[in-house]
Design a protein around this ligand. Structure first.
Ligand code: NAD
Ligand code: AHE
Ligand code: ZN
Length: 381
């Protein structure tokens, strides 16, 4: 019986930006009121974990326990928790859903304000941490999830109980990449049958945009990536065309020229899934005059800014952003799980690598290789 007591367990601690994680034993405090302690079974590594570890995230602070694409089983709950109970299978939500704040009740956004301020500072809503290292030093939380630990503590609004039949070693990916891309296509952009779409960046996020566009019956789904290794995947997930701007352009031709030419004036929707602000500009400018919309999903480093001529917007192109695909985690996650069970949403296909948890630094290396979409780490053994 561990409820109410501190638990010692293995975790990967980010002590310093740009340095490998340290796998060590930490202590995880019991959950306080409106908090949940979860035994994480599986976590994947998202590009955003690498972004924060690299030191370019304005909210990145150390030492911290990173990780936000994870799934596990509730070990214990604090006072007043009603949405989950011990034994529930859950997915961690970096975009909370309190169902009470101005944002949640607006019906206009999935962004929830209930815990976002403290989440960004790496602490629980009461301003303190539940993680301590062997020296007794506090370790910061990350994105309200910290899934790179066998046990973690989350706010109750940051967990969703899922159908226990869903395989945690796969649906952990619904904690970020797959949901983000798919939701950006079907919810934020709400692409429709016959629309033309270009997706810049064919990682898990971009390929999930592709699968959303395919489900909706888009007529052209063009993937733009500088890595030719992504071509086969792009086609497997539903792309109709693949362009490598480093190789496939004529002398003097830009990617915008090419896209505008092959789509008779530009795309109905474009998506940035790279985090590169120059790509974001290209994505906007490749949109069709009068109605084209460009959705920014990629996360850019501190100090980076987007720019374009205002004329691009005056003439009807729209710049939008999307966090977690516009999906409300507690209300909508089980719908995605049903789609997964029904074969309408690909998840397993993104898992290219599996590793034991102690190989977590190798999983960060995997991210840089063209043959990797997601590495899933097993904490259960
Ligand atoms: P990833 O690294 O697996 O994929 C990125 C892809 O972009 C790679 O295939 C790479 O070859 C390609 N690329 C890089 N530079 C390019 C360029 N100049 N032109 C064309 N393609 C280029 O990353 P991912 O996990 O799929 O995440 C993609 C982005 O989305 C990251 O910036 C990540 O931080 C961000 N993200 C945002 C959200 C959100 O809610 N907004 C959620 C998850 C991830
Ligand atoms: N901390 C960064 C911003 C990071 C960011 O934009 N995060 C995305 C999710 S990335 C998941 O892989 C997001 O959802 N943003 C909305 C939010 O509320 O964080 C910074 O620039 O400060
Ligand atoms: Zn992520």
């Amino acid at each position: 019986m561990t409820a109410g007591k501190p638990i010692k367990c293995i975790a990967a601690v980010a002590y310093e930006a740009g340095k490998p994680l340290t796998v060590e034993e930490i202590t995880v405090d019991p959950p306080k009121a409106h908090e949940v302690r979860v035994k994480i079974d599986y976590t994947a590594v998202c590009h955003t974990d690498a972004y924060t570890l690299s030191g370019v995230d304005p909210e990145g602070a150390f030492p911290a326990i990173l990780g936000h694409e994870g799934a596990g089983i509730v070990e214990s709950v604090g006072e007043s928790v009603t949405n989950v109970k011990p034994g529930d299978h859950v997915i961690a939500l970096y975009t909370a859903e309190c169902q009470k704040c101005k944002f949640c009740t607006s019906n206009k956004t999935n962004l929830c304000s209930s815990v976002r301020a403290t989440q960004g500072k790496g602490v629980m809503p009461d301003g303190t941490s539940r993680f301590h290292n062997a020296k007794g030093e506090d370790l910061l939380h990350f994105m309200g999830c910290s899934t790179f630990s066998r046990y973690t503590v989350l706010a109750d609004v940051s967990v969703v109980a899922i159908d226990p039949k869903a395989p945690l070693e796969k649906v952990c990916l619904l904690g970020c990449g797959v949901t983000t891309g798919y939701g950006a296509a079907v919810k934020t952009a709400n692409v429709q049958k016959g629309d033309t779409v270009a997706v810049f960046g064919a990682g898990t996020v971009g390929l999930s945009v592709v699968q959303g566009a395919k489900v909706r019956g888009c007529s052209k789904i063009i993937v733009v990536d500088i890595n030719d290794d992504k071509k086969t995947w792009a086609s497997e997930f539903g792309a109709t065309d693949f362009i490598n701007p480093m190789k496939d352009l004529k002398k003097g031709e830009t990617i915008v020229d090419k896209l505008v030419e092959i789509t008779d004036g530009g795309l109905d929707f474009t998506f940035d899934c790279t985090g590169n602000v120059n790509v974001m500009r290209d994505a906007l400018e490749a949109c069709h005059k009068g109605w084209g919309q460009s959705i920014i999903i990629g996360v850019a480093a501190a100090g980076k800014e987007i720019s374009t001529r205002p004329f691009q917007l005056v003439t009807g192109r729209v710049w939008k952003g999307s966090a977690f695909g516009g999906i409300k985690g507690r209300s909508e996650m089980n719908g995605l799980i049903s789609d997964y069970f029904d074969g309408k949403l690909k998840v397993d296909e993104f898992i290219t690598h599996r590793r034991g948890f102690t190989e977590i630094n190798d999983a960060f290396e995997d991210l840089h290789h063209g043959d990797c979409l997601r590495t899933v780490l097993d904490l259960s053994k």
